[in-house]
Design a protein around this ligand. Structure first.
Ligand SMILES: C[S@@+](CC[C@H](N)C(=O)[O-])C[C@H]1O[C@@H](n2cnc3c(N)ncnc32)[C@H](O)[C@@H]1O
Length: 202
């Protein structure tokens, strides 16, 4: 269970999850264990720029922050206005951008960022049509520095679904290296993390 979310975080998450099931795509905020697994790609040495896609109420943002070195920039893209406002209020150390991850290039340009060292995603990929998955992955590939890395999660319950299968194939076409880590059992539901390096799609 993801028992560590603050009550206000949980309330905001569950309200959005009930009202916008086809956007949120999860039944609970990520656990600290999943946050740590996903943010393992965040450089811990030296200042870096990291962007999170689908930050929700910010459990993974906390794990990213725990790794970041002083002088780093931490940005988060969140499409749901309620969650973006909550994130701004409760985690002012994140540069929250209310917007669509499919517009990543424009959103980063607006924040004065042209390259990022890591992209961490908990986007609900299996809810996205193929074209949208491709557009987001292409944007991630263009945003990443050559030594950068991208991580994302798929819940074990979603692994057999067509959307998750399509995502795996797309990740393998978009990146030279795709590693599967986990499962992370201490999450509701448990999930695997994909760690992707060297984008092919640019
Ligand atoms: C599975 S929830 C994860 C939330 C949070 N990161 C966590 O781990 O608890 C997915 C999040 O992605 C957001 N989202 C969905 N589609 C998005 C998009 N196209 N661009 C940005 N955020 C999106 C949802 O509003 C939701 O907050």
């Amino acid at each position: 269970m993801n028992k560590t979310a603050a009550p206000a975080d949980l309330r905001t998450f569950l309200t959005a999850a009930v009202r916008r099931q086809r956007v949120v795509g999860a039944i609970a905020p990520s656990s600290p264990a999943l946050g740590r697994a996903l943010s393992a790609v965040v450089p811990a040495l030296g200042p870096s720029v990291v962007v999170e896609l689908g930050a929700g109420t910010g459990p993974v943002s906390e794990a990213i922050r725990a790794r970041l070195a002083p002088g780093s920039r931490q940005l988060a893209v969140e499409i749901d206005p309620g969650m973006a406002a909550h994130l701004r209020r409760t985690k002012p150390w994140v540069e929250t951008i209310e917007g669509d991850a499919a517009d990543l290039g424009e959103l980063l340009a607006g924040a004065g960022v042209d390259r990022v060292d890591a992209v961490v995603s908990t986007l609900p990929w299996s809810l996205f049509p193929g074209e949208r998955q491709e557009r987001i992955l292409a944007g991630v590939g263009r945003a990443l520095a050559p030594s950068g890395a991208f991580t994302t999660v798929t819940y074990l319950s979603a692994l057999p679904l067509a959307g998750a299968r399509a995502l795996r194939l797309r990740l393998r076409s978009a990146f030279d290296e795709v590693l599967t880590t986990g499962p992370v059992w201490r999450n509701l539901p448990p999930g695997v993390a994909y760690v992707c390096r060297r984008p092919i799609v640019r």
